[in-house]
Design a protein around this ligand. Structure first.
Ligand code: UDP
Length: 325
């Protein structure tokens, strides 16, 4: 198979490219290098079967060029990271809504099966735990920048499913819950690379709020495995939405303590009020838990990599000189 990976120079995209090449597939990587880096693609670029197109997903010419001759698309390119999102809701909407439209329209013209990477953020303030794919969504007010991301992503889902119904686009939606692992940058606020960098520098670990908020962290290796499974079973899952995550829930304060223990750091924990980090009116999500029974049933999804193993891998990558924060 020849697979177009948008956002290939990013964290998940570069792992997916490596994994597809390992399995003997050809990969076309499309990335504008605004957040990702060619360093993430060092392994992929040295291998046969990989080609790279530098371009923005909002650019129809670049997208059409990258799509040519591909048998499938995994659309990962996006503005992500709370810091980036609250700072620029406009960029979030333009890249995540308009960019996805361009990719989906190109895929529709060529009939190319497409996986759209969505996000657990679309569940918003939902109080159904664990969250199921068919649950109602409950995003916050448009006056709060954070919700621009969920709004763009849920629009992407609606648009993709409308193209599926009305234009026969083969499409699958994957809602990813906090994917973590080596190559993730802390530049846009992601908690694990940030806290590990702080621990390795023996600086205080910044836990926002009181640290009782929880997240479910899923190793990138488990995520790319199930994306590949989706590509291979595309015909039987087209038009469907899947939660992709690891249901093990971790309070952020526990995460910070584990990072201190695993790095052997002398760091302390500093509780930072949300109001010191985000603009007035910021709304934190206290819990997010995926119900993955559908992915287990239909894709034999079985997230196996423990959080501790992932923390050790990220710590090792920092110690090996990864400069990401
Ligand atoms: N967080 C934290 N300290 C940091 C960065 C993040 O306590 O330096 C918290 C953040 O408030 C959230 C959790 O860690 O509750 C996960 O944050 P991240 O941005 O990684 O993911 P998201 O909030 O999008 O799930």
């Amino acid at each position: 198979m020849r697979v177009l990976v948008t956002g290939a120079a990013g964290f998940i995209g570069s792992h997916l490219a490596d994994h597809l090449l390992d399995r003997g597939h050809a990969v076309v990587g499309l990335d504008d290098l605004s957040a990702g880096s060619l360093g993430n693609l060092a392994l992929a670029r040295a291998r046969r079967g990989f080609s790279f197109v530098e371009g923005d997903v909002r650019n129809r010419i670049a997208v059409d060029e990258a799509m040519r001759g591909c048998d499938a698309v995994v659309h990962l390119a996006a503005r992500i990271g709370l810091r980036m999102i609250v700072e620029s809701p406009l960029g979030t909407l333009e890249v995540n809504a308009r960019g996805t439209e361009v990719v989906l329209q190109s895929a529709t013209r060529t009939g190319t099966p497409t996986i759209i990477a969505s996000t657990s953020e679309v569940y918003g303030h939902s109080r159904n735990f664990p969250s199921r794919e068919e649950d109602p969504i409950s995003i916050g007010s448009p006056t709060i920048g954070r919700w621009s991301y969920a709004c763009a992503k849920i629009y992407d889902e609606f648009y993709a499913l409308a193209l599926h119904r009305e234009r026969e686009l083969p499409v699958v939606i994957s809602r990813l819950f906090n994917t973590v692992g080596a190559r993730q940058t802390g530049r846009y606020g992601m908690v694990i690379p940030r806290l590990i960098a702080q621990a390795l520098a023996h600086e205080p670990l910044t836990v926002y709020g009181d640290g009782t908020q929880t997240r479910c962290f899923c190793a990138v290796e488990d995520v790319v495995n199930v994306l590949l499974e989706q590509l291979e079973r595309f015909g039987s899952i087209t038009g469907e939405v899947f939660n992709i995550g690891n249901p093990v829930e971790t309070p952020i304060i526990d995460l910070a303590k584990r990072i201190i223990a695993r790095t052997g750091s002398s760091s302390t924990i500093e509780f930072v009020p949300f109001s010191d980090v985000y603009p007035a009116g910021f709304e934190e999500i206290m819990r997010r838990v995926p119900d993955i029974s559908k992915a287990q049933r239909r894709l034999q999804f079985d997230p196996r990599v423990s959080l501790d193993a992932t923390l050790d891998a990220v710590i090792a990558s920092f110690n090996a000189g990864a400069v990401l924060v």
